[in-house]
Design a protein around this ligand. Structure first.
Ligand code: SAM
Ligand code: SF4
Length: 326
């Protein structure tokens, strides 16, 4: 079975947010005060999340990324991942985390069947890191990265949101990290989430990021598989490391978009920037497999052709990335 949208795109990747809570308050993701806490009932239970995942895999989803908020702050996440990893037909189970809990949890995550971790890390300087995350401890994240490798994971991919005047001077330090750790660093353009003024001044276009790297390093573009996601990746000859750029703002990659998103409150979206979301809750309480399959197929068939965030005067509904899962 395959999920094909109106543009002929094969939708085989789902980002599934298991919580909207987080132990950090990154400046580009959440307001300083955090977000209003939702009641227990508003958040999907693990049974409901599994039902969504199984139904989506039955329709053609092959890769699920667990995200949040911070997925590792939700109690009971490991037994949930154990069960998720057993869904027949799910080929890739991956997870994005801020890395703070990896020191303690990497072994359990590896044993649960998660195949790969992405860790968000925007600075290698303790003070800058604490500033961006509003209080995060860089040392903990770095030990978490080591713990992940010791547990058996391949070196986690690092997501760095590049912000002009904040951390963009560290681009070469991250390239060195890619070379020495043998991992991939993905440089992400700062995306507007709708409540910050003047976001454009922070956004460093991917082309400029590449130019700045190429001034010091030779890069060779890597060609990737169909469920690989939106980054353009480049090998650094002479090392196992690679760098990638994610240019959601300056060069949208909507024509290759293969994803849908489901939030922890059961809202399915065909596009991060589409105001429209389908409420899956009526198909979960009580569980109705064919109704849910219909709702997921509908979100795919209504997936926008492309987003328009870079269009002059564009505005979109305010959201926090932590609620949608990035
Ligand atoms: N808490 C986890 C983490 O930080 O990796 C998972 C959720 S977080 C919302 C997922 C990703 O979204 C992170 O890599 C984060 O850097 C990215 N993100 C959040 N807000 C963003 C923004 N305004 N622009 C670009 N990326 C953003
Ligand atoms: Fe939390 Fe991740 Fe958002 Fe940072 S990017 S506030 S770690 S959800």
């Amino acid at each position: 079975m395959r999920l094909i949208d109106s543009q002929g795109r094969n939708i085989n990747y789902m980002r599934l947010a298991v919580t909207d809570r987080c132990n950090l308050r990154c400046v580009y993701c959440m307001p300083k005060a955090g977000i209003a806490k939702k009641g227990h009932d508003a958040i999907l239970s693990y049974e409901e999340l599994l039902f969504v995942a199984e139904t989506a895999v039955g329709l053609g989803i092959e890769k699920i990324r667990i995200t949040g908020g911070e997925p590792l702050v939700r109690a009971g996440i490991v037994p949930f991942l154990d069960r998720l990893a057993e869904i027949p037909g799910l080929r890739h189970l991956v997870l994005t985390t801020n890395g703070l809990a990896l020191e303690d949890m990497a072994g359990d995550l590896y044993r649960s069947g998660v195949q790969r971790l992405n860790v968000s890390l925007d600075s290698l300087d303790g003070k800058t890191f604490a500033g961006i995350t509003r209080g995060g401890d860089l040392k903990k994240v770095l030990s978490g990265l080591d713990a992940a490798e010791q547990a058996g994971f391949p070196p986690p991919k690092i997501n760095m949101v590049v912000m002009r005047g904040v951390n963009d001077a560290e681009i070469p330090d991250f390239v060195e990290m890619a070379r020495t750790r043998g991992t991939t660093i993905r440089f992400i353009e700062y995306m507007p989430v709708g409540w910050e003024d003047g976001w454009q001044r922070y956004c460093v276009p991917g082309s400029e990021i590449l130019e700045r790297i190429r001034a010091r390093y030779t890069l060779v573009e890597v060609h990737k598989g169909p469920s690989a996601g939106p980054s353009r990746d480049f090998r650094i000859p002479g090392s196992r490391g690679a760098v990638g750029i994610i240019t959601a703002v300056s060069e949208h990659f909507c024509n290759a978009c293969n994803r849908i998103r489901v939030t922890s409150t059961g809202q399915a979206r065909g596009c991060l920037f589409a105001g429209e979301a389908a409420d899956l809750v009526p198909w979960l309480r009580p569980a109705d497999r064919s109704g849910l399959a219909g709702a997921l197929s509908e979100i795919v068939s209504r997936k926008p052709v492309r987003h328009r965030i870079s269009a002059p005067g564009h505005s979109h509904e305010r959201f926090t990335m932590s609620q949608i899962g990035g």
